[in-house]
Design a protein around this ligand. Structure first.
Ligand SMILES: [Zn+2]
Ligand SMILES: [Zn+2]
Length: 240
């Protein structure tokens, strides 16, 4: 059976050699696991560490300037980074699930290094991907945040998929300009389905892009209300 599946993988690799997600070049063996060629590999834009989602001040440790924002941000790339934009676009709008692999793995490495630098211990942590409304999930077929969160899962940090749910469909945040409009649009759209699973826990919230921070703020608000302790918002990219 094993020989058969090895044989199958061999022919699969010959017939459909994996191509770089960005430039479609053939990948060398050592590049295949990250789905990007050497030219398209993405270095981190930011030095290791956290930022305040309110004033965007950077800090190697969790910023204490605006504790009322309820969470600390962490993101390895600027959204202006053309390659990051391309990968996120492939993932969200073209259904290329493999685009989550290089992003998710880099997210994991960036997060672990930032957490170590900031003295974060992993006791009592759970990973919660920002959920999609069921209608949107049906349309896209997958939750991109869950795919991005996958590499972060460990025995010390399990992923809880259904603890936080979307109870109201919202219009796209990207279509809205102001911070206030985005906050109004998202208010009341999340609910904690299983408060006992989040009460007393530290939470790593995962999403693709942090723009105004309204989505994360609203998710953090309901999670705090359910008794969550420390909340860290991890996104692949941030806009400022
Ligand atoms: Zn390439
Ligand atoms: Zn601040």
């Amino acid at each position: 059976m094993q020989t058969l599946s090895r044989l199958f993988r061999f022919f699969e690799a010959v017939l459909f050699p994996p191509l770089c997600l960005v430039c479609r070049a053939h990948l060398k063996t050592e590049e295949r696991s990250r789905w990007l060629c050497g030219n398209c590999a993405i270095p981190f834009d930011f030095p290791i560490g956290f930022f305040c989602p309110f004033c965007r001040r950077r800090s190697p440790v969790i910023p204490s300037c605006h504790p009322e924002t309820r969470f600390a941000g962490i993101a390895p790339w600027k959204y202006e980074n053309k390659r990051i934009r391309e990968l996120i676009h492939l993932l969200k709008y073209e259904g290329v699930k493999t685009a989550a692999i290089p992003l998710g793995e880099a997210l994991q490495s960036y997060f672990l290094r930032s957490a170590a630098r900031g003295g974060i211990l992993f006791s009592n942590f759970i990973v919660i991907p920002i959920p999609l409304h069921p209608r949107k999930l049906r349309k896209r077929g997958f939750n991109q945040s869950l795919l991005l969160a996958h590499p972060l899962r460990s025995s010390m940090m399990p992923i809880l998929q259904d603890a936080l749910v979307r109870i109201r469909a919202t219009s796209s945040q990207t279509a809205l300009e102001s911070r206030e409009a985005r906050a109004r649009n998202i208010y009341g759209s999340f609910a904690v389905k299983s408060p006992e699973a989040v009460c007393g826990k530290n939470i790593l919230l995962v999403d693709d892009v942090l723009t105004s921070g309204a989505t994360m703020r609203e998710a953090a608000r309901v999670l705090k209300k359910a008794g969550a302790q420390r909340i860290i918002a991890l996104t692949a990219a941030r806009t400022s």
